[in-house]
Unconditional design. Structure first.
Length: 177
C-alpha cells in the first residue's frame, strides 16, 4: 500500500467514531472469549456499535457484567489477541468474498454454453476451497488491523442492561471513553 494511502487509511481508523467501534468490537470479542472459557459450548453472539455492544444468548446479567470486567482487565493487561474471534463476521465476509471471487475467476472464459460452465464446476469448487483456506488467516489479520482493537485505551463500561424484548435473551453493554 502506498505510504499516503496507508496514512490516510490509518487516519480514518483513528477517527473518534470508528476508533470507538473498533475498541467496543475488541471488548465484545474479549467478553465472548471469557464467557466461552467459563461456559464451554455456550451459544452466544454479539454486535458492536459506537455506544457499546450487544450480546445475544442465554447468560445472566451478572455473568455478562463479570465477563466484561474481566475482559477489559485482560485487554488492559496486554492480552490484545482476545480482540480477535474466530466467529467474527469479518472472517465470514472475507471468506465469502474470497470464495465468490475465486469461483467467478474459474468460470471466466468458459463461454455461454451450460455444458462449458458445468465442465468448469470442479475447477470453481477447487478455487473456492483454496480461497476459503487462505481466507482464514486473512480474516484474522483484517480483524487485528481494521475491524477491532485490542487496546481499549480509556474505554469504560457504564452499564449492562438486560433486554426483555423478544424471545432471545440479550444484553446491551454501554461504554464510554
Amino acid at each position: 500500500m502506498p505510504e499516503n494511502l496507508a496514512v490516510g487509511f490509518q487516519s480514518l481508523l483513528d477517527t473518534p467514531i470508528i476508533s470507538r467501534i473498533r475498541r467496543n468490537h475488541g471488548l465484545e470479542h474479549a467478553t465472548l472469549h471469557v464467557l466461552a472459557e467459563r461456559h464451554p459450548g455456550l451459544s452466544i453472539a454479539g454486535h458492536s456499535n459506537p455506544g457499546g455492544f450487544w450480546l445475544l444468548g442465554d447468560v445472566s446479567t451478572e455473568e455478562v457484567h463479570s465477563a466484561v470486567d474481566e475482559a477489559l482487565k485482560r485487554l488492559r493487561g496486554g492480552e490484545g489477541e482476545l480482540a480477535v474471534h474466530p466467529n467474527c463476521g469479518t472472517n465470514f465476509v472475507v471468506a465469502g468474498t474470497a470464495a465468490g471471487v475465486a469461483g467467478a475467476l474459474a468460470m471466466f472464459g468458459s463461454g455461454r454454453r451450460v455444458r462449458d460452465k458445468l465442465e468448469r464446476l470442479p475447477l470453481a469448487a477447487s478455487f473456492a476451497t483454496l480461497a476459503l483456506i487462505l481466507a482464514q488467516p486473512l480474516g484474522n489479520m483484517i480483524q487485528r488491523r481494521v475491524t477491532t482493537s485490542g487496546d481499549p485505551e480509556f474505554l469504560e463500561v457504564v452499564e449492562v442492561v438486560e433486554s426483555d424484548k423478544g424471545r432471545i435473551k440479550a444484553h446491551k453493554v454501554v461504554t464510554e471513553g
